[in-house]
Design a protein around this ligand. Structure first.
Ligand code: CA
Length: 241
């Protein structure tokens, strides 16, 4: 195994599941670390962040849901992809509805082939680069300090809310955010705000980005929410080609 092989932290309390995952992930060339209870899992993740976390829902000492929430709050683990393992499809729905910030959900019993495919997909998700308070993804450039958005070099006018919305989406490209999650993260309040508020602001953000030549950057996930696409075909609006 080379040093560049991605490491996966498996947080799962059932020994047979742990062995199944350890065997199959190792065979695929992944480094595998295991925690068999919640608190140990969270501690391991924060002390030495892995490239991806496979997280069981029902765990001793700390539930998968609580772990996921804490991982998202912690600077060291905020960007680590998390795939939740849940026992039944109804539980998957329930966990999904909780908006805890997992990247993907797999229902037990799962096929190893499918699990490996989902792991690879989550690992391929690109990160926007942050340098000197600048966030860059494709043609979009955000100056976090001066609150300036450039799209293909053109300055884009955003409200403070739209700015926060854009930054939230840009920080995790291709990650699917539910409307409720965006309300929590951007507006910071959950009560008394309709999730349609998010749709309205996404709509305006899309229009200003499109005007500056960045079309189809924000994808709608029907009945759920939004994700920032990584588009190759952004163009400069002033370009004649
Ligand atoms: Ca369990």
């Amino acid at each position: 195994m080379s040093l560049t092989d991605p490491t996966i932290l498996v947080i799962e309390d059932e020994p047979s599941q742990v062995e199944l995952l350890r065997y199959n992930l190792s065979r695929q060339g992944f480094g595998v670390r295991v925690a068999m209870d919640g608190e140990d899992g969270l501690q391991q993740a924060i002390e030495d962040p892995p490239d991806l976390i496979l997280l069981d829902w029902m765990l001793p000492t700390l539930s998968g849901i609580e772990i996921c929430r804490q991982l998202r709050r912690n600077k060291a683990t905020r960007e680590v992809p998390v795939i939740m393992l849940t026992a039944r499809s109804e539980e998957t729905d329930k966990v999904r509805g909780l908006d805890i910030g997992a990247d993907d959900y797999i229902t037990k019993p799962y096929s190893i082939k499918e699990l490996i495919a989902r792991v690879r997909a989550a690992l391929r998700r690109p990160a926007a680069s942050v340098t000197e308070n600048k966030l860059v993804l494709g043609a979009i450039e955000v100056d976090l300090q001066r609150h300036i958005v450039l799209c293909g070099g053109t300055s884009v006018d955003t409200s403070p809310t739209e700015f926060r919305l854009l930054v939230t989406l840009l920080q995790s490209p291709q990650r699917v955010f539910s409307r409720q999650q965006l309300l929590d993260m951007v507006w910071g309040i959950t009560a008394d705000l309709d999730t349609r508020t998010v749709d309205v602001h996404i709509g305006r953000l899309r229009r200003v980005l499109a005007c500056a030549g960045c079309q189809n950057q924000i994808r709608t996930i029907r009945g759920f929410g939004y994700a920032m696409e990584v588009s190759q075909q952004t163009r400069r609006p002033n370009s004649t080609s």
